[in-house]
Design a protein around this ligand. Sequence first.
Ligand SMILES: [Zn+2]
Length: 115
Amino acid sequence: MDEILAGTMRDAVYGRLDYLDQLVADGDEPSRAALANTEISRLTTGWRDLLAAHHPDEHGRCPQCSGWRRPRRHPCSVWTTAHRHLIADDGPRGATSGRHAAATGQPTGAVPRVS
Ligand SMILES: [Zn+2]
């Protein structure tokens, strides 16, 4: 993919995310309800596609994040990010754990092993 196409794609995706954030922040109730009806399904489908691409192989390694010199064990950063945003951030504040919790102030929770 050339740099211009990559930049156009990146701008389009960030633009869409900005639009959705603005609609959530400033939209009226019917707009937000319509947003939930359409966008939640799109977002869950997108997460599932992304997680499928980073599903561990038969050796327990992420096929996308592993290089030929440095295999990356599961869970990779995509799975830990998914867990943080979809699971851990729903937990009670102040119940942080994990080695980076103190540095980031973000709850990291325990990442379950997926086989
Ligand atoms: Zn990965």
